[in-house]
Design a protein around this ligand. Structure first.
Ligand SMILES: [Zn+2]
Length: 125
């Protein structure tokens, strides 16, 4: 049994609304903190700079895990299960395709990256 965050009334989760006060139960939010965000940004930057950019896929996954892991969409927490090693494989492929096409493929890299990220986002339940 779930309870309304606003009034504490016991609610039927299937309706999506509190019968007592009308608050939407399946709200979307992001619950990361300011300090967490600063620390994660610093760590991600360090991962990239220390390795001269080679570990960028790991830095991206690190940030995605943090950003997506703190997101609650329609009452369901999201999770990100992509790993740096998986992304690194794509990274090499995208890099080679960009070199082969004299840079033309670089236009495809960002949408491919977003597609890859999206395919590794899951919601609870
Ligand atoms: Zn309520």
């Amino acid at each position: 049994m779930a309870f309304c965050k606003k009034c504490g009334n016991a609610v039927d989760e299937t309706t999506g609304f509190c019968a007592n006060c009308g608050t939407a139960l399946k709200s979307s939010s992001w619950d990361g903190g300011v300090l967490d965000t600063i620390v994660n940004s610093i760590v991600a930057s360090l991962i990239m700079t220390v390795t001269c950019g080679i570990a960028t896929p790991w830095a991206i996954c690190y940030m995605m895990k943090f950003v997506i892991g703190h997101a609650v969409i329609d009452g369901k927490r999201l999770s990100f299960d992509g790993t740096g090693a998986q992304l690194f494989g794509n990274w090499i492929k995208w890099f080679l395709l960009t070199v082969i096409t004299c840079g033309i493929y670089s236009f495809w890299v960002t949408p491919r990256l977003y597609q890859w990220i999206a395919s590794h986002i899951h919601s609870e339940g």
